[in-house]
Design a protein around this ligand. Sequence first.
Ligand SMILES: [Zn+2]
Length: 319
Amino acid sequence: MLLSEFRGNAGVISELSAVMKNNTFPHAVIIDGAKGTGKRTLAGIIAQYCVCSSDNKPCGICSDCIKAQKGIHPDIFVADGYNVGEMNIEAIRNIRTSAYIKPNEAEKKVYLLFNCEKMLQPAQNAFLKVLEEPPENVVFIMTAVSASSLLQTVRSRSRIFSLYPPDAEQTIKFLSDRFPDKTSDEISKATTDSGGNIGGAIELLKGESEEARLLAEQILSAIPLSTEYNLLLLTNKAVQNRAFAVNVLDALCELSAECVMASAGVKNVSSIAEETAKKLSGKRLISLQSKISRARYLINTNLNLNLYGTWLCAELRNG
Ligand SMILES: [Zn+2]
């Protein structure tokens, strides 16, 4: 996601884009706000900005941005106050030491410190030392429900960005943009069920995407097997409704691309793609990828979903 796509909080966003444009990004920022206001999302955008290798940062498409999005950038370090031992005094001392080591690939190194309200005072004092003499090319991004849970001395050395929940109309607009495949009823239901909390609504809407991903993985694993019946059951399950089928096909597109990458020796792909790539020839994988992307395209045309499920099964079998 790019800064311009962040919902609401126009003041914070314009302030951030100004410091990004002027190249005056502070060494330390605190993003505070209630649960579900987008603290992590915003922290993620800033992290991308810090490591992005293009001129117009963050571009969202360079290899550094992609690695940042996938959570595998070697210059982005993450600690979460809710994970045991990640923000105790020893962990903070380690962060301090490592902060003085130069970045691996990017111009800047980023420390994402989530849920800093869990950082106890001795750890905060240890952290303060690195804020007092901040190493060059390092950005600390802290998130907390309230910045007041951090020591005044930490706050005064950081720039604070406070996020507020968007109103109902903004929430619905944001969710519709983010989940274009969902109907307005589904969006409204998720908004109501989550009590207007946008993070919660995303979880609910994504729940189905996760289910779709799981089914896509099952389909992928069934392709190399000899039993066609099982694959047919799975593809029929995928077409129970159009929105869900789109999610399954999207996940299959991603997985089949990963399989092709795995067969070309690329690491960092999902283990399921790695396994499948071992069972099928490179040629077959490439053909599968193109069949799946054609199937993904076809689903938006007005075809009969039941026939589509059977057709998809045959396509995948004969890929
Ligand atoms: Zn970039």
